[in-house]
Ligand binder design. Structure first.
Ligand code: SF4
Length: 393
């Protein structure tokens, strides 16, 4: 991930002006470049991508938004795929729960290779104070969706947020260790919290139990305010140990080391549960919305009908063989449901359709005289088809 920043040439664009979230208490959200949110249309953005490719001969893009909105990323991905553009792109994000597994597959199909996002302090109490609108479990799940789709994930980590205790610093390091050990994070960087003049903390330090050292207000480019944190830890003390541990985890080393090994002074044992992240990534999805569209990115399958019989009963089954550049997938379904599915896939092909709402998919299923839609739609083998390009986004 670090080489993405430094090597090669990336065309730089933004998907929106400002941040669609604009709530984080350490961020300069009172300034226009964050608080005034104005997205542009996906088709205009992809027009600009095409212009830049023609002008520079480069098809790599870095979307430099502070946090690219998931809805725009989806729209841009669909537009790129429809226009058959061959591009690579990466973006800064917030670990929003809208990044479902299928959305990540869609982003990957459009050329997304990496994302970077702020996990900040891996502690739910501090994430609440930061008003990041995420939990550590959510970050783990979303990172898993990206990683599973083959998109690299980089996290910005923070230590020294107001009132952060030594125990919380160590527990947050343990969360980070588990995120790397489970393979859902590939890269990260620790930053020491800085209090900036235009952030909620800088504007009202007393609310966050910190004190300004002086009343000098800096300029836009130099707006850090020196502060003390009477209830928190001596934060600077931990920087070296945190960075050393992270360096090793990023290289897949030393997961078995006790956290004490990274510090040459006594630190408390972690209170983070040993398999916290593993449990979070295997828990049911957080986003259970049924307000999605169904689209098909793949090519139609080869089909064969097989006659089946058991204990005097006879029926027909359809084998559908899906072939993509990377893998082959075969499913067996009742032949009448297979025929309906085949028709649906042609209707929702991304090249000539914007997809169908779930309610319309269900109507089409019942109009075909088929029963038990949810049983068919929300279970294997149909749910397996996301890997072949049947996406719910
Ligand atoms: S830190 Fe990022 S997500 Fe939070 S308000 Fe600032 S730009 Fe938006």
């Amino acid at each position: 991930m670090h080489s993405l920043w430094s090597d090669g040439r990336w065309n730089k664009l933004t998907m929106a002006h400002g941040c669609y979230w604009a709530k984080c208490t350490f961020c300069d959200i009172s300034l226009d470049y964050i608080k005034s949110y104005e997205p542009i249309s996906a088709s205009l953005l992809v027009d600009r991508m095409e212009e830049l490719i023609n002008k520079t001969g480069q098809n790599g893009f870095h979307f430099v938004d502070e946090a690219a909105p998931p809805s725009m990323m989806k729209a841009v991905a669909i537009e790129i795929i429809k226009r058959k553009l061959v591009v690579s792109w990466w973006a800064n994000i917030r670990f929003d729960k809208s990044f479902t597994q299928d959305l990540c597959y869609l982003l990957k199909a459009s050329g997304c290779i990496a994302v970077s996002g702020g996990l900040e302090v891996a502690s739910d109490r501090l994430l609440e104070l930061i008003q990041k609108g995420i939990t550590v479990a959510q970050v783990a799940k979303v990172s898993k969706h990206f990683s599973e789709a083959g998109i690299m994930v980089h996290a910005y980590l923070m230590y020294g947020f107001p009132t952060q205790t030594v125990q919380e610093t160590i527990d947050s390091l343990e969360m980070v260790r588990q995120l790397f050990e489970t393979g859902v994070l590939q890269s990260a960087f620790w930053h020491l919290f800085t209090m900036t003049a235009h952030s909620p903390v800088g504007l009202a330090p007393e609310k966050f139990l910190v004190k300004k050292v002086s009343n000098e207000i800096g300029t836009f480019a130099n707006n850090d305010i020196a502060h003390t944190d009477p209830t928190g830890a001596d934060h600077e003390l931990y920087g070296f140990g945190l960075k050393k541990a992270l360096f090793n985890y990023m290289h897949g080393n030393c997961f078995e080391f006790s956290l004490q090994k990274w510090f040459d002074f006594k630190v408390p044992n972690t209170t983070t549960a040993p398999h916290f992240i593993q449990k979070a990534i295997t828990a049911p999805d957080l986003n259970t919305s049924t307000h999605y569209k169904v689209i098909w990115l793949g090519v139609l399958p080869n089909t064969t009908i097989v006659q089946k019989s058991k204990k005097g009963n006879k029926w027909e089954e359809m084998t559908m063989e899906f072939q993509s550049n990377k893998n082959a997938l075969a499913i067996n379904v009742a032949s009448d449901k297979g025929a309906w599915l085949l028709k649906l896939l042609s209707e929702i092909n991304i090249q000539n359709s914007n997809g169908l709402l779930l309610t319309d998919v269900k109507n089409s299923y019942t109009q075909a005289g088929l029963s038990d839609f949810e049983l068919f739609w929300d279970n294997k083998p149909v749910t397996h088809l996301s890997k072949a390009g049947l996406l719910r986004v």
